[in-house]
Design a protein around this ligand. Structure first.
Ligand code: NAP
Length: 223
């Protein structure tokens, strides 16, 4: 029991993958949930699956959390949260020679500035109430950079530096800010990355998957 039953939680990017898994864990703890993602039908379906796990209310807001309008829609419906999980799709992999200023700005916007905006809109209320948990889903690439994931590593390293400084000023008021750095987890995104790599390397998806799997210390991807 993490003693978070009845706490109000926002989970971004929560209709699938890692975000949905976080929402599931929070639902099992009895947290009140607001989940967000861009596409309405799978989001609604995810909310129904989460509601079946818990007596606490589950609501959803269809929103692109990387845009000011999307975030405004969430906070208009639910101004205060005790727990926030920031998460969205990652930037595309590729060769840095192909990334112009616009590509960099898109990555920074989605994977550094959007989580910072969400922190900005929630952290003062949490500190005033004396409790808050903010978790940013980033990537193990921050600690263990991978060639080809430069947009992701660059933007997420910026977020890491910001959070490290900020968290030291909030923890004394009951608010922790942490980043989760996942390795390879078996989600739709991972399947998409393998398909893209297979096309680039003119290999089959199974070959690409197997090549990654043998390098994995657990000999399986995360679930
Ligand atoms: P996923 O299975 O593709 O799920 C992504 C979820 O986020 C979906 O619900 C998607 O729904 C939603 N989403 C995407 N962009 C959004 C946006 N702009 N606004 C709101 N919701 C959005 O992805 P995942 O594997 O869980 O990955 C989540 C994050 O973790 C990504 O940033 C990824 O780079 C990072 N990560 C993943 C792994 C891994 O192995 N899976 C490893 C390291 C880091 P909609 O498309 O309907 O919006």
């Amino acid at each position: 029991d993490f003693e978070i039953a009845g706490r109000k939680a926002l989970v971004c990017g929560a209709s699938a993958g890692l975000g949905f898994a976080c929402a599931q864990a929070l639902a099992k703890e009895g947290a009140e949930l607001v989940i967000a993602a861009r596409t309405e039908a799978p989001l609604q379906e995810a909310a129904a699956r989460l509601a079946a796990l818990s007596k606490a209310p589950v609501s959803w807001v269809a929103a692109d959390v990387t845009t000011a309008e999307g975030r405004a829609r969430i906070f208009a419906a639910h101004p205060d949260f005790d727990i926030v999980v920031t998460n969205a799709g990652g930037p595309p992999p590729g060769d840095f020679r192909d990334w112009d200023r616009e590509a960099w700005l898109r990555a920074l916007d989605a994977n550094m500035l959007s989580p910072i905006e969400i922190i900005r809109q929630t952290v003062d209320g949490m500190m005033a109430r004396g409790f808050g948990r903010i978790i940013n889903i980033t990537s193990s690439a921050v600690k263990s950079p991978v060639d080809g994931l430069g947009l992701s590593t660059g933007a997420r390293s910026g977020l890491t530096g910001f959070v490290a400084g900020r968290a030291r000023t909030t923890v004394g008021r009951g608010v922790t800010i942490n980043n989760i750095l996942p390795g390879t987890f078996d989600t739709a995104r991972l399947a998409g990355n393998f398909a893209a790599q297979a096309r680039r390397e003119n290999a089959s998806v199974d070959e690409v998957r197997e090549k990654r799997l043998v390098k994995h210390p657990a000999h399986r991807f995360g679930r």
